[in-house]
Ligand binder design. Sequence first.
Ligand code: CP
Length: 316
Amino acid sequence: MKNFTSIKDVALLDTLLEEAKTIKKNPYGFKSFGENKTLGLLFFNPSLRTRLSMQKAAQNLGMHVMVMNLQTDGWTIELEDGTVMNQSSQEHIREAAAVISQYCDIIGIRTFPSLKNKEEDYQERVLSKFMTYASVPIVSLESATLHPLQSFADVITIDEHKTKATPKVVLSWAPHPKALPQAVANSFVQWMKHAAVDLHIVNPEGFDLSPEFTAGITVMHDQDEVLKDADFVYAKNWSSYQHYGQIATGKGDWMITAKKMQLTNNGKFMHCLPVRRNVVVSDAVLDSNNSLVIAQANNRTYAAQAVLLNLLKNEG
Ligand code: CP
């Protein structure tokens, strides 16, 4: 593994999954790999789980960690080449990425999409420029279009809680008052395609994810129908890909409720968090014994640790 920005950086998911399970049983057993190594975490956007689980994962591996909120504490970064920088941008990505590489052995970056310009967002400009100009491995802490560390934690969680070889997993769109990225959903689909699951996607008309991700899966629009016999229900809001960045109105009945969960096969509820209670999911579901949201959050540490360990081993 040279970088970790999508499932495409993973040679074999089963192997990485086994490594994460081994680490979870013995989190402090690999401390020598991170000795005298530094992880830099750069945040253009807010975070609770990613920020803390990455720090914990790095510390478990014996690494030092530096965290910077680039949006508030750094210089305004210029991405374009050839720009006359006489406006608001103060530091070019070429220098920023090269300089951070002098201090860090691995760099993690969180950079959300604008949700205004689909082409630019789906080009992953910030992440790809960092990969071009940094001289150390790059880890996505959620990019414009993908959230691979979350998806890996979700794979671990499903593996731990499944009661059959190929469980039915439903990714269901859920309501939200603000425009959210498609990243978690895109990434979940990518990873589930490599996992031993029967994946179904259900969302309102006009909210289909990019065909790049949904290819080979029939996207449905009748939530009750798709929830029938589900073993896992993964709820997530995303803004429209087709009508880029638009939110849905009048779709409150897509909230995951106890009544909807009764359609499932005693299904487990999943969400990446943070979640808006009684908008995305009802209190009754979130607080039920079938809710896996805390288990998912816990597995973020072991997902991150497995990824960091692979990158450290590769560095030699
Ligand atoms: N699920 C997740 O990535 O949470 P944070 O945005 O709090 O990091």
